[in-house]
Design a protein around this ligand. Structure first.
Ligand SMILES: [Zn+2]
Ligand SMILES: [Zn+2]
Length: 439
């Protein structure tokens, strides 16, 4: 007997926490943070959660015995598989019992650990004692009656995977987050092909982009950025997700072609440095002459910041003020006080290179952003492409895979989704949070 229970990720973008049970074996696919649920009750930094029990009380964490570090009962779950290093997929692994192994890709582990180092430590980001088990694409892992086969996919963070979950009743396909318009769309195509070969009993599929989809590609973004950087007089300010290395690469090639340097934040530099150990990612090195690290004015630096400063070419706002025509500064609203020292020149631009106003990695307070930009006369461009598959490509992929059942997840419009993909051989099931579905 095989079943799935959706403890998060249905009717919302992210917060994926899906329990798969097969002959007494229990595994979770992702254990992400639900931004929507947390935002309903909390407003950090003034009102932040203080305990796991509070999160259970508010329905932010599922009430499952034998799952959490702060619960004394015996572990009731055999393993957790993380698809990729976005908080809405891994953000709550910190809560889990340390005897439950966490499986993820090598790059995912690198990004999760490096990001945690740069964040203020609290109970939601504490990774101490986690038993990581890392994999690469195609490695089959057995957890009692279940075998999980990760296949790489293209997404807006490196090292993302979809899973083929082989159970005693057949294969369940889990897409994680993926797209067909990124630089490695071949990986997503391979995932779709392999998934189709398994003749799956079910597919749990993302469907983030059902409204407001666009036809574009990372290559097009890269081209637009190059044109903008070349044409701008003054400084270019840019905002994008720090773990999106495809976007970093697009900005890097834009500054090179426009004879500028790219100044990144300490945080982003720390993650980039951690990723240097994998040459297959083909990322610019921290010591590259076109890369700078922006040092905010403050009295004390953390050890990880000192580590970055030792290896990188560092620039501060005083120096940057004189090199405005030669720099693209990756920034966020939290750094905007530095503009007072930088004194942006006439003709400067701000490029929002993320979905607006909110995505998996950041939230932008638009009113405040607009006030700062207006104060300095900085115009705003939006140059971006999503990390998620577009609807027609998703429909085509689902048609190819032809699973017996389709469970839409990671989307806000499951009914629309069900109608959009109706008429195929697959039956669409709109799942409810906390309900168990037999397969
Ligand atoms: Zn996601
Ligand atoms: Zn994601």
């Amino acid at each position: 007997m095989t079943s799935v229970t959706f403890y998060g990720g249905v009717g919302e973008i992210g917060g994926n926490k899906i329990l798969v049970e097969d002959k007494g074996t229990r595994i979770f696919l992702d254990f992400g943070m639900s931004f929507k649920a947390e935002k309903t009750f909390y407003s950090p930094p003034f009102l932040s959660p203080k305990s796991g029990n509070a999160l259970i009380e508010l329905g932010i964490l599922p009430k499952v015995d034998g799952l959490y570090e702060f619960d004394d009962s015996k572990a009731s779950v055999d393993a957790v598989f993380i698809s990729h290093a976005h908080l809405d997929h891994y953000g709550h692994v910190s809560m889990l019992k340390r005897e439950i192994p966490i499986y993820c890709g090598e790059t995912t582990r690198t990004i999760i650990e490096a990001s945690a180092m740069t964040r203020q430590s609290n109970f939601e980001s504490d990774l101490e004692g986690i038993q990581w088990k890392t994999f690469r694409t195609g490695k089959k892992m057995n957890v009692d009656s279940i075998q999980v086969e990760p296949i790489h996919v293209d997404h807006s963070v490196p090292g993302a995977y979809g899973f083929l979950v082989h159970t005693s009743s057949g294969t369940i396909v889990y897409t994680g987050d993926f797209r067909m318009h990124g630089p490695r769309k071949d990986m997503s195509e391979e995932f779709v092909e392999k998934a189709a070969e398994t003749d799956p009993i079910a597919i749990l599929t993302e469907g983030t982009n059902l409204t407001g989809a666009e036809i574009s590609s990372e290559a097009e973004v890269s081209d637009k950025l190059s044109r903008l950087v070349k044409a701008t007089k003054g400084i270019v300010l840019a905002e994008f997700s720090k773990s999106d290395t495809d976007r970093l690469t697009s900005f890097y090639s834009a500054v090179k072609s426009g004879s500028r340097s790219l100044a990144i934040s300490m945080r982003q530099a720390y993650v980039l440095k951690a990723l240097e150990k994998d040459p297959k990612l083909k990322l610019p090195r921290l010591s590259d002459k076109n890369l700078l690290v922006f040092r905010r004015a403050k009295k004390k630096y953390y050890p990880w910041e000192k580590e970055v400063m030792n290896e990188a070419n560092v620039i501060d706002s005083v120096k940057l003020s004189k090199l405005q025509n030669e720099t693209v500064l990756v920034t966020s609203l939290a750094d905007f006080e530095e503009l007072i020292e930088i004194k942006p020149a006439s003709g400067s631009c701000y490029v929002l290179s993320a979905s607006e106003p909110f995505n998996e990695e950041m939230e932008i307070d638009f009113d405040k952003l607009m006030s700062w930009l207006a104060h300095y006369g900085i115009v705003q461009y939006h140059i971006h492409v999503s990390g998620h598959i577009m609807p027609l490509q998703l429909r085509e992929a689902l048609q190819k895979i032809e699973a017996k059942k389709i469970y839409p997840i990671h989307n806000e419009h499951p009914e629309l989704f069900a109608k959009f993909v109706s008429g195929m051989k697959s039956e669409v099931v709109v799942a409810e949070k906390g309900m168990n579905y037999k397969l």
